[in-house]
Every structure is written in structure tokens, then in C-alpha cells.
Design a protein around this ligand. Structure first.
Ligand SMILES: [Zn+2]
Ligand SMILES: [Zn+2]
Length: 126
């Protein structure tokens, strides 16, 4: 009955309002960014943790590490980071924060162009 209380006490760094420890690089991250927006991923390596159940809402029991795999651009020109949970493969998208690591973002954005699944020489024959 009190198993959820036990989970919270064993992971004291995962509260919604305080700070959390990055599951990938160990950075202590403030859960609220400088401009007041809530952040759920590390600004340095952009890794996240699967703490929210996006499909059903509420808290997820997974707690798996979530790797940033791509970026997407909304119609509003805002960038989103696409995360995939390494444990349960759930995909989530989260707004990019102003202080997110731009090198990591750009590296993800150009990866499909740098590694096309077909030879770029084909465009020369069009
Ligand atoms: Zn990190
Ligand atoms: Zn998960």
C-alpha cells in the first residue's frame, strides 16, 4: 500500500519541483529552467528519465533511462527533443529549453543527412 512512498524515499532526487540527478552524466539538474519552464531532461547530455507515463498520464513505474534520439520542429518553429526509453521503448517529445546543449541538438538534427540510407550521388542523375 505504501510502496509508492518507499519508491520516493529511495529516489529522493526525483521530485517534480526540486532537482534530479541525470541518469547518464550524473549532473544535478534543476527541474525548473531559468525562464521558469519545467524541464525533464539534462541540459548537458539531454538524457531524461522515464518518470511520467505519457500514454496514460501520471507517474510511470518504469524509471528507465531515456536517450535523446532525434529532434522535431513544430509548426510554431519550436524544437522538440524525441526521447526513447531504453527499458520499455516508449517514445516521448519534450520542448527544447533555452540552455540545452546546442551541440547535441545539432548533432541529432544533422545525423539523418550525414548518414543517408541511400547514395547521395543519385541526386546528380535527376
Ligand atoms: Zn546528463
Ligand atoms: Zn520506460
Amino acid at each position: 500500500m505504501s510502496s509508492s512512498d518507499k519508491n520516493f524515499s529511495s529516489t529522493p532526487n526525483t521530485t517534480l519541483a526540486g532537482t534530479f540527478t541525470c541518469a547518464w552524466c550524473g549532473l544535478t539538474v534543476s527541474a525548473v529552467a531559468g525562464d521558469g519552464t519545467r524541464r525533464n531532461h539534462c541540459p548537458s547530455c539531454l538524457h531524461s528519465q522515464h518518470v511520467l507515463d505519457h500514454a496514460e498520464g501520471g507517474t510511470s513505474r518504469c524509471r528507465g533511462r531515456m536517450s535523446p534520439i532525434s529532434v522535431a520542429v513544430l509548426r510554431t518553429a519550436d524544437w522538440m527533443v524525441i526521447h526513447r526509453c531504453v527499458r520499455c521503448d516508449e517514445l516521448t517529445s519534450n520542448p527544447v529549453c533555452a540552455d540545452d546543449n546546442q551541440l547535441v541538438l545539432m548533432r541529432m538534427a544533422v545525423r539523418p543527412l550525414a548518414q543517408p540510407p541511400f547514395p547521395l550521388e543519385a541526386f546528380g542523375n535527376l
